[in-house]
Design a binder for this molecule. Structure first.
Ligand SMILES: Nc1nc2c(ncn2[C@@H]2O[C@H](COP(=O)(O)OP(=O)(O)O)[C@@H](O)[C@H]2O)c(=O)[nH]1
Ligand SMILES: [Mg+2]
Length: 328
């Protein structure tokens, strides 16, 4: 069974009952699906059998959906080769091969556990980085909400002391969530706030500390110095902190997001990426581009502005939402 048939049998139940998470993916990826899957269908309806023009158009569709040039060229090559090898000329079958290759392109980079891996003893520290406006603070609130619901004791740390209002914004979320927050004065040293935060977390038997940082990327050296200082002081209180470093990327920024991701990866080791605003873009292919360029797994995706609009990344649900419309 090909991947498309498999995904359909997995998610399209006879009684039309789909689970809420799959439904979120479907809704959140509606714009991307319209851009990608509709174009793909339209293309295969216009050709009786594939030729060079077909592959050129296919390439264009992939690039427009933001999977990145190098990933596009790679999978087009693979599909072309396989189609020659097996003498496949039917456009629909070619499209199926393409989706197979998209899956493999992501999956072949290794197994992924998305959920945060909690330490046996003491707090687990999650550092959140990314440029301004990408959705860092919102994502922190969503992650806190997720783990509170899983019975964890969560605390927030506002180490973004740079941007006016950043502390207040996070404090509002902490109040809404009914959890503790550690803040510092405006323009205080972010590292000292981070230090106070993990210290307090240790004293209060917190399971998860989420540290919000300022998203300054004016010079790499600057950011590198700031982040390494934050890490150094935190690990004095909690061994090996931070245990996770998530980079937040705004899907609507397209290839610019990929450039940001590369820049951050050079500055600090990342354990995961969270792609936000998937609901607001038609270029959902960015997930494949990020994975292709960085090998860092996409752990969660943001599909809206509400607290529960965060889903664990699931490759099957993603490809289903991106490639296969429910009306088909
Ligand atoms: N539609 C949508 N909006 C989001 C999502 N995540 C964040 N936002 C919005 O993006 C804006 C910036 O978010 P914020 O958390 O303040 O970004 P920060 O500067 O990186 O901390 C806010 O208006 C959020 O509501 C998402 O997944 N979907
Ligand atoms: Mg913020």
């Amino acid at each position: 069974m090909g991947l498309i048939a498999f995904l359909k049998s997995k998610f399209q139940k006879k009684d039309k009952q789909i689970d809420p998470s799959t439904e979120k993916y479907e809704q959140g990826l509606a714009k991307s699906r319209k851009n990608f899957s509709s174009k793909l269908n339209n293309l295969s309806n216009r050709y009786k059998s594939v030729n060079q023009d077909y592959f050129d158009e296919l390439e264009q569709i992939l690039i427009e959906s933001d999977v990145g040039i190098s990933f596009t060229l790679q999978i087009i090559d693979e599909v072309l080769e396989k189609s020659k090898e097996e003498g496949i000329t039917d456009p629909k079958t070619i499209n199926e091969l393409l989706v197979d290759r998209m899956f493999l392109g992501y999956a072949s980079k290794g197994d992924v556990v998305n959920e945060i891996n909690f330490r046996e003893e003491g707090p687990t520290v999650l550092l959140v980085v990314g440029v301004n406006g990408v959705g860092k603070t919102t994502t922190i609130a969503k992650l806190a909400y997720r783990y509170i619901n899983q019975g964890k004791k969560v605390m927030l740390v506002a180490a973004d002391t740079f941007r006016a209002g950043a502390k207040e914004q996070l404090t509002i979320w902490a109040e809404r969530l009914g959890i503790d927050i550690v803040t510092g004065k405006e323009n205080a040293d972010p590292a000292s706030v981070a230090y106070d935060g993990v210290k307090k977390a240790k004293e209060n038997n917190i399971d998860l500390v989420i540290v919000d940082t300022a998203g300054r990327l004016q010079t790499k050296q600057n950011l590198m110095d700031e982040l390494s200082k934050i890490k150094r002081v935190m690990s004095k209180e909690v061994p090996d902190a931070p245990h996770e470093t998530f980079l937040i990327i705004d899907a609507t920024t397209g290839q610019n997001g990929v450039v940001q991701a590369k820049a951050f990866a050079e500055v600090t080791p990342l354990t995961g990426v969270v792609i936000t605003k998937m609901d607001g873009t038609s270029k959902g292919g960015i997930i494949l581009a990020i994975r292709d360029e960085l090998s860092v797994p996409v752990r969660f995706i943001g599909l809206g502005e509400k607290m529960n609009d965060l889903e664990e990344f699931d490759l099957d649900k993603y490809l289903y939402g991106l490639c296969i419309s429910n009306e088909e």
